[in-house]
Design a protein. Structure first.
Length: 166
């Protein structure tokens, strides 16, 4: 009876995306440079996303990062990993950072990657051992944030009190 069949296997290489970010100061209902929804086997290699609310959304998809992924200059962050709110989509977001990949995301208080929702239930990230990780538990929900460097405002607050305002 036919529903949509996920073909998988897409590769995006050597791409630069700028925008959209309409206001430059506030979240504009999630204006991402690239949105990947409900697909597996996606490879992003040597991709740059700037001037958006956030660079890339990995929504109920399986994505591998290769080469250099540049996410600087976005309003709030680099890559959101999440699960669709559509009840018919059951997959969580999964992001794998290839062993040779490099993530560039400059700016204080800007996560390179974050799991939007309960870690494990909403999404997973693998290969991030060289990134700084902050785990935040609030309202019985544990979220994980990954940074390419320790944010300057957090240097004196390493530990569980780090980033209470995220």
């Amino acid at each position: 009876s036919g529903g949509y069949q996920n073909p998988g296997g897409a590769t995006i290489k050597n791409l630069t995306v700028s925008g959209p970010n309409n206001t430059q100061t506030t979240w504009d209902e999630g204006e991402y440079g690239i949105k990947i929804y409900n697909i597996t086997g996606v490879n992003l290699e040597n991709v740059t996303v700037t001037a958006a609310n956030a660079g890339i959304q990995v929504n109920s998809s399986a994505v591998t990062l290769k080469g250099t992924i540049t996410l600087s200059g976005n309003d709030w962050g680099g890559i959101e990993v999440c699960k669709s709110k559509n009840s018919e989509v059951t997959a969580v977001g999964t992001l794998n950072i290839d062993s040779g990949a490099s993530i560039v995301c400059t700016g204080d208080a800007v996560p390179a990657i974050w799991i939007d929702g309960e870690a494990g239930t909403a999404g997973t990230v693998t290969g991030a051992s060289n990134l700084y990780t902050y785990t935040k538990t609030e309202s019985n929900k544990t979220q994980i944030y990954y940074f390419t460097h320790i944010p300057a405002q957090a240097e004196a607050k390493i530990g569980n009190t780090l980033y209470d305002t995220l």
